[in-house]
Design a protein around this ligand. Structure first.
Ligand code: CMP
Length: 139
């Protein structure tokens, strides 16, 4: 197993819903180590830059509006096989399809208000970590 780093965001819906502590508890119990974290409210432009791979999707406008609507907790998580494992712990994008006990099953209220983001591949993780954190901020 390789030690990897991945970028996670506790999204504005989950911060607003007071689920930050519960989500971090699940992540730490699953052996993810937080190597950087910051609570920020993204500007619309920053949200657009972050999700630029989705810029031609029909949900791009509402996604970036939502992601800039309130504070979000951006984190770099480290652990064995962290990228794929985080996606397992998060559950399916659509909470209606998320397995019982996953973060989205527990806290998401819709496909857009889905509580948490996690990088989907090593290249995406590298881009997304660099989008929010500089090397000296990674402990
Ligand atoms: P995330 O893992 O942050 O990556 C892209 C996001 O787009 C996804 O989670 C969802 O929150 C959001 N999204 C909104 N509508 C859709 C949709 N129809 N299909 C996939 N993702 C969607």
């Amino acid at each position: 197993m390789a030690i990897e780093r991945t970028l996670s965001i506790v999204k504005p819906d989950a911060v607003e819903g007071h689920h930050v502590g519960d989500i971090i508890k699940i992540l730490e119990a699953r052996q993810f180590r937080i190597v950087a974290a910051r609570l920020i409210q993204l500007t619309k432009r920053e949200a657009q830059g972050f999700y630029q791979v989705h810029r031609s999707k029909p949900f791009f406008e509402s996604l970036t509006e939502f992601m800039s609507s309130g504070p979000a907790l951006v984190m770099v998580l480290e652990g064995d096989n962290a990228i794929a494992r985080l996606r397992e712990v998060m559950g399916a994008t659509d909470p209606a399809k998320a397995a019982p006990g996953t973060i989205r099953n527990l806290f998401a209220t819709g496909i857009e208000h889905n509580a948490i983001h996690g990088s989907d591949a090593p290249e995406t993780a590298a881009y997304e970590i660099g989008y929010f954190f500089s090397g000296v901020e990674l402990t």
